[in-house]
Design a protein around this ligand. Structure first.
Ligand code: PHE
Length: 346
């Protein structure tokens, strides 16, 4: 009887086929589990007399070893055969999935260009806090209390009421003040950063924008130096044939002050709808630093003079890429941002 059972099981083990690891485990339980067929034969063996025990002991042990070896072999076979493995198949010869590269924001691109140009002229970069006090944004820049020029820059106040309220800086000229306080003359810095003004948001105005302001102080700095610096900058930024013109203007911290236009690089002076038919585009404000400003920061205005300038980055980016709505710069619409992505590598 037991002899037949042993042979039947040996035949079954031989013919056993498994497609998955789950089936291998089921086969193990069927033969070798607590209630498995091989285990059952061992239970039966225990009831045998001495003679039969001597006869079948070795055979049964061999059967158990064969069953274990067969199950193990089936398991190994599946592991080394990828087409039989569980989970998704992978074809290692397929090309990889391309991953999308991010792109730099147009305002960052313009800021970097401006910083690079002025670095070549020997300027350092200075940064300062976005939440400022009244002193650094207005007072030290020759805006006395109640001066009407404060209305030019609609200010967001963080804490109002006391002598030196906190506010969101309306220009990065505050960083120029901090630089004059800290550094010795000669000073050559540019100050890039975000600024804030309480304006209604529209295609042409926003309550947040970015500036780069510059400051140059030394002995014998003249308006001619200012004009030359701006001309060189404009030609690096907008092309070698760019012209500039200066119009008289007013800022409390500079005297004399000017606004600078560059020749329209779209119509080359003929007049188009970007330059509104004038052939000129306004890009920055500038002037000779008012002696009061130098003195407020402890610089001897009899010995030293300087110039300052400031420009809005969104405006320059608008002119460069002909973006017609300022709001695009702040919405992070992927379709807009992708326009500035570098060409993909092939
Ligand atoms: N701070 C001025 C502004 O934000 C720009 C400016 C800077 C003008 C330096 C003249 C000199 O409008």
């Amino acid at each position: 009887m037991i002899q037949e059972d042993i042979e039947k099981i040996l035949g079954e083990l031989e013919a056993l086929k498994c497609k998955t690891q789950k089936e291998v485990e089921e086969a193990r339980v069927r033969f070798l589990g607590k209630k498995g067929e091989v285990t059952a034969l061992f239970d039966e063996f225990r009831t045998f007399d001495k003679e039969n025990k001597a006869r079948f002991g070795k055979v049964l042990n061999e059967l158990k070893q064969k069953a274990q070896a067969r199950v193990e072999a089936l398991r190994e076979e599946l592991l080394s055969d990828p087409s039989q493995a569980e989970g998704p198949r992978s074809d290692l010869s397929l090309p990889g999935d391309p991953f999308e590269l991010g792109s730099r924001h147009p305002v960052s691109i313009v800021r970097q260009q401006i910083v690079d140009i002025f670095r070549k002229f020997g300027y350092d970069v200075a940064e300062g806090p976005e939440i400022e006090d009244d002193y650094h944004v207005f007072e030290a820049l020759n805006f006395p209390a109640n001066h009407p020029a404060r209305d030019m820059q609609d200010t967001f106040f963080v804490s109002a009421g006391h002598l030196n309220p906190l506010l969101l800086r309306t220009h990065t000229s505050s960083v120029q003040v901090r630089t004059m306080e800290k550094m010795d003359v000669p000073i050559r810095v540019i100050c890039p950063g975000r600024v804030f003004r309480n304006e209604a948001i529209s295609a042409r105005a926003h309550c947040i924008f970015n500036q780069v302001e510059g400051l140059y102080i030394d002995e014998n700095v003249s308006f001619a130096d200012l004009k030359q610096a701006i001309l060189l900058f404009a030609r690096e930024m907008f092309g070698a044939d760019t012209q500039i013109r200066m119009r008289p203007s007013y800022f409390p911290f500079t005297e004399p002050s000017a606004e600078v236009d560059v020749s329209c690089n779209i119509c080359h002076g003929k007049g188009c709808n970007i330059c509104k038919g004038t052939g000129w585009l306004e890009i920055l404000g500038c002037g000779m630093v008012d002696p009061n400003v130098l003195e407020a920061s402890g610089i001897d205005s009899k010995k030293y003079s300087g110039f300052a300038f400031g420009m809005g980055l969104e405006r320059i980016a608008m002119l460069k890429w002909r973006v017609n709505d300022l709001r695009h710069y702040f919405e992070n619409d992927m379709r807009f941002l992708h326009e500035f992505a570098p060409a993909p590598e092939v």
